[in-house]
Design a protein around this ligand. Structure first.
Ligand SMILES: [Zn+2]
Length: 91
């Protein structure tokens, strides 16, 4: 048994962060949504991350609502009151 400067508090033990691979105390690791036990908090590399809602959305969004909409090229008047208003059922 080696005794050194790194006395761990009673009940704490050495754990390895699944992400950075550094040694920490068990109470410095936190279970992440990925299932990894990663370091979190002061004195660590703070590997822990909350789950991002955009996990499955890579890159930027390819569609944005236009600031305004022109009438269709066929010239149909879709302005309010024309009788040709675009209703949600038409979309
Ligand atoms: Zn880490």
């Amino acid at each position: 048994m080696r005794s050194g400067p790194d006395h761990f508090t009673l009940g704490a033990w050495k754990c390895v962060c699944d992400r950075c691979g550094f040694d920490f105390k068990n109470n410095q690791l936190r279970k992440e949504w990925t299932g990894f036990r990663v370091c979190s908090g002061p004195g660590t590399n703070d590997c822990w991350e909350p789950r991002h809602p955009q996990d499955h959305v890579k890159g930027k969004r390819d569609r944005q609502a236009p600031p305004w909409v022109r009438p269709d090229s066929d010239g149909t008047d879709v302005s309010p009151g024309s009788g040709n208003e675009v209703s949600p059922e038409d979309l």
